[in-house]
Ligand binder design. Structure first.
Ligand code: IPD
Ligand code: CA
Ligand code: CA
Length: 264
C-alpha cells in the first residue's frame, strides 16, 4: 500500500465523498420504480460528491488547480499542480441501480499524472498509484495480465451513447475488427474502473474514444504503474487532450492498437 501524505489526503477525500454516494445509491433503488425516476436525485448526488472532493482537496493542498466534471475548471495559484476529478464515473450505471461506478481523482504535476485514485464505494475497492511507486488495490499490489494471445483476451470498450451519433460508424468498425480477433468484449460503463480492471488483470485490454481528462487521468497512471502500456488511440502520449485511450500489457496493447487504427 502507498502510505504517502498525498495518498492519505486523496483517500480521505474519496472515502468522505463515497459515504454520501453509497447512501444515495441505496435511495436510487427506491426511486427506480417511480414514474419520474431517479434522474434529478442522481445529478444532485453527483454534485454533492464533487463539492466534498473539492472542499477536502482544496483544504489539504491550497492553491492547486482543479478540472472537475460538474463545476468546470478552477485556476490555482500553484500553476504546477492540477486535480482531475470525476465525482461519479458510471452515472448511467448508478442511475439504473448497477453497482459499477466510482470516484476518480488524478493529480498532474507539470502536465504529468503523478497520482491516481479510483474508489468504488459499493465494493469498497480503492485502486491507487503514485508515479514510480506501483499500483495497488486495497493492500494488494497490482499487475496487468500476462496473456499475449488475442484469441484468449477479454477486452473492454466504451460505446458512444445516442447523443454521439457521429461517432457510431467508427465505433462499429473498431468493434467488428476487435470482435473478430479476441475471446470476447465487455462494456461495463465506467471508464475509470475499466482502466483499473486492466491494471488488476481482469481485462486484458481496453480502448475507448470520446473520454474526458477526469475519466481517465487516474486510471491511466494506475495501468502504467501495474506494468501496462497506456497510450491514446493513435499510440501516442496525448490521451488527456485527445480523449482516447488504449491499454493492455505490452503485447495486447500493440495488437489492439493495430486493430483499431486499421479499422478507423
Ligand atoms: C462516462 C463513463 C462511460 C464512458 C463515457 C463517460 P460518466 O462517464 O466513463 O463508461 O463510456 O464516455 O462519459 O458520465 O458516467 O461520468
Ligand atoms: Ca466519467
Ligand atoms: Ca461523472
Amino acid at each position: 500500500m502507498i502510505r504517502s501524505a498525498l495518498m492519505n489526503v486523496m483517500t480521505a477525500a474519496a472515502l468522505k465523498a463515497g459515504r454520501g454516494l453509497k447512501r444515495d445509491f441505496g435511495e436510487v433503488e427506491n426511486l427506480q420504480v417511480s414514474i419520474k425516476g431517479p434522474g434529478d436525485f442522481v445529478s444532485a448526488a453527483d454534485r454533492k460528491a464533487e463539492k466534498v472532493l473539492y472542499e477536502e482537496l482544496a483544504k489539504a493542498r491550497p492553491g492547486y488547480g482543479f478540472v472537475m466534471e460538474e463545476s468546470g475548471t478552477v485556476e490555482g495559484t500553484d500553476k504546477t499542480h492540477i486535480w482531475y476529478i470525476d465525482p461519479l464515473d458510471g452515472t448511467t450505471n448508478f442511475l439504473h441501480g448497477l453497482p459499477i461506478f466510482a470516484i476518480s481523482i488524478g493529480l498532474a504535476r507539470d502536465g504529468q499524472i503523478v497520482a491516481g485514485l479510483v474508489y468504488n464505494p459499493v465494493t469498497d475497492d480503492i485502486y491507487v498509484a503514485e508515479k514510480g511507486q506501483g499500483a495497488y488495490l486495497n493492500n494488494r499490489r497490482l499487475r496487468v495480465a500476462a496473456r499475449r494471445n488475442m484469441a484468449e483476451a477479454l477486452i473492454g470498450c466504451g460505446i458512444p451513447h445516442i447523443g454521439k451519433q457521429a461517432d457510431h460508424p467508427k465505433f462499429k468498425a473498431e468493434f467488428a475488427a476487435v470482435m473478430a480477433r479476441v475471446a470476447n468484449l465487455r462494456r461495463l460503463g465506467a471508464a475509470a474502473l475499466d482502466l483499473c480492471f486492466v491494471a488488476s488483470g481482469r481485462y486484458d485490454g481496453f480502448w475507448e474514444r470520446g473520454l474526458k481528462s477526469w475519466d481517465m487521468a487516474a486510471g491511466m497512471l494506475i495501468v502504467r504503474e501495474a506494468g501496462g502500456f497506456a497510450s491514446d488511440a493513435e499510440g501516442g502520449p496525448d490521451f488527456l487532450t485527445k480523449g482516447s485511450v488504449c491499454v493492455g500489457n505490452e503485447f495486447i496493447h500493440s495488437q489492439l492498437l493495430a486493430l483499431i487504427r486499421a479499422a478507423g
